[in-house]
Design a binder for this molecule. Structure first.
Ligand code: PLP
Length: 389
């Protein structure tokens, strides 16, 4: 018998705030409740057919069966550069300024290893995708939370960060359009971020996962199109949300060559890249027929309208999101995030994610994902009307 003890980096992980909700969800299902799960941010729609066909063809080619290049096929990185040029006007050197990733989560999780020493501070938004803070801790860094609150349009207040924190801060994570708040960023905000980064010598890592998942013709700005951004930062992106490819594991980081190079060095010592047949299919996603994007936006718009209008009729104060597939709203008076989520599950079989699970400033909110059909969303609205708040 040996003693098997987890490393401090696992022991220091924050408590998993969704554990109680997961338990209640499993319990409701086992009682035979017809659960409507608005908790998960994973598209329910299939990957477009042309992308699947391209994978099927490429999978039969023996030349794609060998170890891929660590930093990505040149052809895939060129397609990413062409996408950037077309979508944002930004010119990228495909070899020095783009690295392919096994999904953007992989790159986000690894980047602190390239630049953060023990004791360095990383500025992370809160509420947020949990990986920013956890990856920081795994590298020995100290996450400093920047609260995202309604009064500041869910943008961090850069002036509120204390001077002693700024002295130790080396990196900052941002994510717009934002998960979980669905908030957009403005070009003015990104300009302020570039100035702030230059002044305090901070690398900016912007997560652009929802750039194409938009409503009403809204076109979110890329951080990289901000003047000076290429000198201070990079942008993470992936095919996961845009092309319903969460299971395929393909993404990239693009931007400042020194930052991209550091991430590439970490990766070449940890993984061996993405199956090349998937990269070939990824080129088809970026450069093939884009009708799938218009279709996806139409479907999510219909879903958004059903949910937002339904919630408004119930007296909930909710803004229709401009982007992402999330609806983020304040729980009715008298509830906390957790008690409202519990009420929804117990009384109506609906799963919503309590906002405080993404960080303390998310308390008082819940997030609902538009990843179920119109019919199921209508059903969810009807069930909520029956309980009344
Ligand atoms: C879904 C999501 C991602 C994408 O992750 P992949 O690893 O590319 O699938 C990244 N950031 C945020 C905020 C997300 O919600």
């Amino acid at each position: 018998m040996i003693t098997i003890e987890q490393a401090d980096r696992l022991k220091q992980l924050p408590p998993y705030l969704f554990a109680e909700l997961d338990r209640k969800k499993a319990e409701a299902r086992s009682r035979g409740v017809d659960v409507i799960d608005l908790g998960v941010g994973d598209p329910d729609l299939p990957t477009p057919g042309n992308i699947i066909e391209e994978l099927a063809k490429a999978a039969r080619e023996p030349r794609y069966h060998r170890y891929p290049s660590y930093t990505g096929m040149n052809e895939f990185r060129r397609a990413v550069s062409r996408w950037y040029k077309k979508r944002t006007g930004v010119e990228l050197q495909p070899i020095q300024e783009v690295v392919s990733l096994i999904g953007s989560k992989e790159g986000i999780a690894h980047i602190p290893l390239a630049f953060i020493n023990p004791g360095d501070v990383v500025l992370v938004p809160s509420p947020a995708y949990p990986v920013y803070a956890i990856a920081t801790m795994f590298a020995g860094g100290i996450p400093h939370e920047m609260p995202l609150v309604k009064e500041n349009n869910f943008l961090p207040d850069l002036d509120a960060i204390p001077a002693d924190i700024l002295d130790k801060a080396k990196m900052m994570f941002l994510n717009y359009p934002n998960n979980p708040t669905a908030a957009p960023a403005t070009q003015d905000f990104f300009r302020a971020v570039v100035g702030f980064a230059e002044k305090h010598n901070i690398m900016v890592c912007h997560d652009f996962a929802y750039s194409e998942m938009t409503f009403d013709g809204y076109v979110p700005p890329s951080f990289l199109e901000t003047p000076g951004a290429m000198e201070v930062g990079i942008e993470f992106h992936s095919l996961s949300k845009t092309y319903n490819m969460t299971g395929w594991r393909i993404g990239w980081a693009a931007g400042n060559a020194k930052i991209i190079g550091g991430l590439g060095r970490i990766k070449s010592n940890i993984d061996s890249g993405i199956f090349e047949a998937i990269q070939v299919a990824g080129i088809e996603a970026l450069e093939g027929d884009q009708q799938c994007l218009a279709d996806m936006r139409e479907i999510y718009t219909q879903r958004r309208d059903i949910l937002v209008e339904g919630l408004k009729k119930l007296g909930i104060n909710v803004e229709p999101p401009k982007a992402t597939f999330y609806v983020w709203f304040e729980v009715p008076a008298g509830y906390t995030s957790a008690s409202f989520a519990a009420l929804l599950l117990e009384k109506s079989g609906i799963v919503a994610t309590p906002g405080n699970g993404f960080g303390a400033p998310g308390e008082g909110y819940v997030r609902m994902a538009l990843t179920v059909s119109k019919e199921r969303l209508s059903e969810a609205v009807d069930r909520m009307a029956e309980i009344g708040f």
